[in-house]
Design a protein around this ligand. Structure first.
Ligand code: FNR
Length: 324
């Protein structure tokens, strides 16, 4: 089949991947209302194009936190990429570098910060989940910094894992031949099987539900990396994030995998941009599938966007060369 857009990769992924893994990658929380809305909201936004403007020279380069990249499209953090392909995060890292853009590595990657750094040069951010054991967090942040990561994307929408019903039905767990590599050696790299979702149980056991704005300040005492707060969808939290020292905001609903019935991110973007008042850059992820979606987000004030959903499939099929 000739593939002409990234959405078409999803059908191929469904054919190729085991059901438990495909469902984990593709599902939203509960009724998946927000999952659909993340796309539908983009579809409701129309252009008012102006004509007869010289567009023969287009420059898509941009600067993110001081780093020049080829386009305002970066890679969102997603867990456990080796479930899709043995190269997993390595392929994503190579693809990001060859496209000259930024990759964000998930805390729950199946490759460690050091391993990803060893794939070669590249601008990389590290996505952080805050564990109850703060020594684990401090160690991990230090390792990311030493491995040359340039910023922390602090995920703030996951005090518990969203209720992903397919994962519950499939008894989703990390396949035993894989490890959450960043936590190997800390006895936190494996996921037990559970009566529902193994990942949900892991989160309930390890992730710190007391996380608050104080901790955003604490993080700044243990690292010099700038902190992006990932998972903001209101003006109120935008103001608090800036007060707490955030270097940027990522408007995100976690790909609709956490709280269902929150607005599409593209609907929340304007209020966040307005509240930020240009003090910090605002980024967006969620439902971006086409160049026109990127353009809509930029037109509504985003400084850049992060993508994932279809990227896993691009890397599966392309072994890292598919994204450019
Ligand atoms: C995610 N996301 C995510 N976010 C995060 O902060 N840490 C993580 O480990 C993960 N893992 C993860 C796995 C999978 C399979 C998906 C689909 C998503 C959320 C991700 O960073 C981003 O917010 C969304 O994926 C953006 O929405 P789209 O592009 O998937 O619609």
């Amino acid at each position: 089949m000739e593939v002409t857009n990234v959405t078409e990769y999803q059908a191929i992924a469904k054919q190729r991947l085991p059901k438990m893994i495909y469902d984990y990658y593709a599902s939203g929380a509960e009724d998946q209302w927000t999952l659909e809305e993340n796309r539908n909201a983009f579809a409701r936004i129309l252009f008012r194009p102006r004509i007869l403007i010289d567009v023969s020279k287009i420059d898509m380069t941009t600067t993110i936190l001081g780093f020049k990249i080829s386009m305002p499209i970066m890679i969102a953090p997603t867990a456990m990429q080796k479930m899709a392909h043995p190269e997993g995060e390595y392929a994503t890292a190579r693809a990001a570098s060859s496209a000259n853009t930024i990759m964000t590595l998930s805390s729950w990657a199946t490759s460690s910060v050091e391993e990803v750094a060893s794939t070669g040069p590249g601008i990389r951010f590290f996505q952080l989940y805050v564990y109850k054991d703060r020594n684990v967090v401090a160690q991990l942040v230090r390792r990311a910094e030493r491995a040359g990561f340039k910023a922390i994307a602090l995920t703030v929408d996951t005090p518990r894992l969203g209720r992903r019903e397919a994962d519950i039905k499939n008894r989703f767990t990390l396949p035993p031949f894989l490890t959450l590599k960043n936590f190997e050696g800390l006895d936190l790299g494996k996921m037990d099987e559970a009566n529902d979702s193994g990942l949900a149980s892991y989160v309930a056991g390890q992730i710190d539900r007391t996380l608050s704005w104080q901790d955003v300040k604490w993080l700044q005492t243990i690292t010099t990396m700038p902190i992006l707060v990932k998972g903001v969808i209101t003006a109120e939290d935008t103001r608090l994030a800036i007060q707490a020292g955030a270097a940027g905001i990522i408007v995100s609903n976690h790909g609709a995998r956490q709280l269902d019935y929150v607005p599409a991110t593209i609907m929340a973007l304007e209020e966040v941009v307005k509240a930020a008042q240009g003090r910090v850059p605002v980024f967006l992820d969620g439902g971006v599938r086409r160049g026109t979606d990127v353009f809509k987000a930029l037109a509504l004030g985003a400084s850049g966007i992060f993508i994932w959903q279809d990227l896993v499939v691009l890397t599966v099929l392309g072994g890292g060369d598919g994204v450019s």
